[in-house]
Design a binder for this molecule. Structure first.
Ligand code: FAD
Length: 137
């Protein structure tokens, strides 16, 4: 559930960033024309796509009643870290507006911090994944 929540928050941060990159003009160009911004947006999109595939894979396994401790832990760990990175990049793309209450990205940044510990901290998930991989047996 928290992995799916992470996916939604990451997507919201991406959508807001994509829109703003097309709207905000600096040096007579939309900032989305600058490669530095394009790299941020393309990394966000790539990580969100990977998160989506991991979340869908884990939920498919749950639907089939298959054991999926490793896949669910990986999905939650990766999707929540992705959401935090996406929200962080969104605040950079928005510049000072990323800090302003007039725009939603400051809320995405705060809301994504919860994902790092709600439903299991990233550190504990890493321990579970290592155990599921058979490390230290
Ligand atoms: C808004 C909100 C809603 C919540 N909702 C729920 C809920 O509905 N149900 C529920 O059960 N809980 C809920 N929680 C609690 C949440 O699950 C816990 O905060 C989370 O499990 C971390 O526990 P802790 O805060 O006691 O941190 P701690 O366990 O004190 O961890 C502190 C730090 O130490 C690390 N750490 C601890 N033990 C180890 C270890 N063995 N190996 C490596 N690192 C370790 C952690 O990763 C973390 O970095 C909620 C929390 C919040 C803020």
């Amino acid at each position: 559930m928290t992995a799916a929540l992470s996916l939604g928050l990451a997507r919201a941060a991406y959508d807001a960033s994509f829109r703003y990159a097309n709207e905000r003009v600096q040096f007579k160009k939309p900032i989305g024309k600058f490669q530095a911004i394009q790299m941020k947006i393309s990394t966000m999109a790539t990580e969100i796509e990977a998160s989506r595939l991991m979340v869908y894979n884990a939920t498919r396994m749950i639907d089939r009643g298959e054991p999926c401790m490793k896949e669910a832990s990986m999905a939650k760990y990766f999707a929540s870290e992705t959401a935090c990175r996406a929200a962080d990049e969104a605040t950079r793309i928005f510049g000072s507006y990323g800090y302003s209450m007039e725009y939603p990205v400051q809320r995405f940044w705060r809301d994504t911090r919860f994902l790092l510990f709600g439903g299991g901290t990233s550190e504990i998930l890493q321990v579970i994944i290592a155990r599921e991989l058979g490390l230290g047996k």
